[in-house]
Design a protein around this ligand. Structure first.
Ligand SMILES: NC(=O)c1ccc[n+]([C@@H]2O[C@H](COP(=O)([O-])OP(=O)(O)OC[C@H]3O[C@@H](n4cnc5c(N)ncnc54)[C@H](O)[C@@H]3O)[C@@H](O)[C@H]2O)c1
Length: 333
């Protein structure tokens, strides 16, 4: 099978590329390198023993994307490309809607023109907003509290609508909670060029001495220790979920959304403590007020996704830190 990965040079996309190449598929990466380095293509090739095709293309350039899809003869697309920071989206709402929503409609147009009807979409657990109960099942109301989450919720509506009017489409939207960690080789990991704001890379930069301390945004949330609770899942578990999702979209039609998390809420303080324990060193922190748009607790109810995707087990937070550190310690910058 040939699979096109938009945003394929990014954190999750690069790990997905390795897994798909190792499984014997052909992989085409489409990435504008706004938050990734081209050198990741060499790293992917080094791990997988095969080189993916790469196009430095903005997904909103529908004409260019259509050419790539047509030449690839691909069966399915995984649409990872997008902007992803809740806090940044409060300052750049229009950019977030443009890249995430116009990016998706461009992918849909190019797919439509070239006859591709199978798509796996990167959604986010943040679309649930302040949920009534945690862990959150897929049936919970979608209630985004910031432009990033709103853009993902709108994308899901667009995808559900496309599937409703044209039953030849098969779309699975995966609502990731907090992907983290790195490939066990230490050769690829979370390596943003634009903004380091996800908690695990911030902890890594602090351990490495590039940052003075880990900021804790909000200590007065309605949680056990007052800090925000999130559901951290190893990137390799996220990648395995996509591989299963590609199998599902081959045999079904219509739109379906599934949670991708470990189903276990971990507070910011608990996560920092776990990192200190695994890496055997103290991690300095500094407390700040809450950020606008952040909610107290997000964790996935994984009952449905485990069943649909045949997932049995997840890697733990210890493995997330060991793998993330192997990658960070091996980098020279
Ligand atoms: N990592 C997370 O915590 C998380 C959580 C929930 C959802 N997601 C979603 O998963 C997807 C992948 O996330 P990630 O962590 O790998 O992020 P990432 O930033 O590492 O990867 C996204 C990639 O898309 C590329 N890109 C951005 N805009 C583009 C455009 N217009 N055209 C082509 N390429 C473009 C970037 O260069 C980057 O390589 C995103 O859509 C994100 O919103 C991520």
């Amino acid at each position: 099978m040939t699979i096109v990965l938009t945003g394929g040079c990014g954190f999750i996309g690069s790990h997905q590329a390795v897994a798909l190449l190792e499984a014997g598929h052909d992989v085409v990466l489409v990435d504008d390198l706004s938050n990734a380095r081209e050198s990741v293509v060499d790293r992917i090739a080094e791990i997988a023993g095969r080189r993916p095709e790469f196009h430095a293309t903005d997904v909103r350039d529908t004409e260019a994307l259509t050419k790539v899809l047509a030449a690839s003869g691909c069966d399915s697309i995984i649409h990872f490309a997008g902007l992803k920071h809740v806090s940044e989206s409060m300052e750049r709402a229009i950019d977030y809607l443009d890249v995430n929503l116009a990016g998706l409609t461009s992918v849909l147009k190019a797919a439509d023109t070239t006859g591709v009807r199978r798509l796996v979409f990167s959604s986010s657990g943040s679309i649930y907003g302040p949920a009534e109960r945690v862990p959150i099942p897929e049936t919970a109301p979608v209630n985004p509290t910031n432009p990033y989450s709103r853009s993902k919720a709108l994308c899901e509506q667009v995808l559900a609508q496309v599937c409703a009017v044209d039953p030849s489409w098969s779309v699975m939207s995966l609502r990731y909670f907090n992907p983290a960690g790195a490939h066990p080789s230490g050769l690829i990991g979370e390596d943003p060029t634009h903004l380091i704001s996800n908690l695990v890379p911030v902890i890594m930069e602090t351990v490495n001495g590039a940052f003075d301390s880990v900021p804790i945004f909000g200590t007065d949330f309605d949680t056990d220790d007052g800090t925000a609770v999130r559901d951290y899942i190893h990137v390799m578990d996220v990648v395995e979920a996509h591989a299963a999702a590609l199998d599902v979209v081959k045999t079904t039609t219509g739109f379906e959304a599934l949670n991708i998390g470990r189903g276990e809420g971990v507070s910011v303080r608990q996560l920092i403590t776990a990192a200190g324990d695994v890496l055997d060193r103290p991690i300095p922190t500094v407390e700040h007020p809450r950020r606008t748009g952040d909610v107290a607790a997000l964790a996935a109810d994984t009952t449905r996704s485990k069943k649909r995707l045949g997932i049995h087990d997840y890697r733990g937070v210890d493995t997330i830190f060991r793998d993330a550190w192997r990658f960070r310690a091996g980098r020279t910058t």
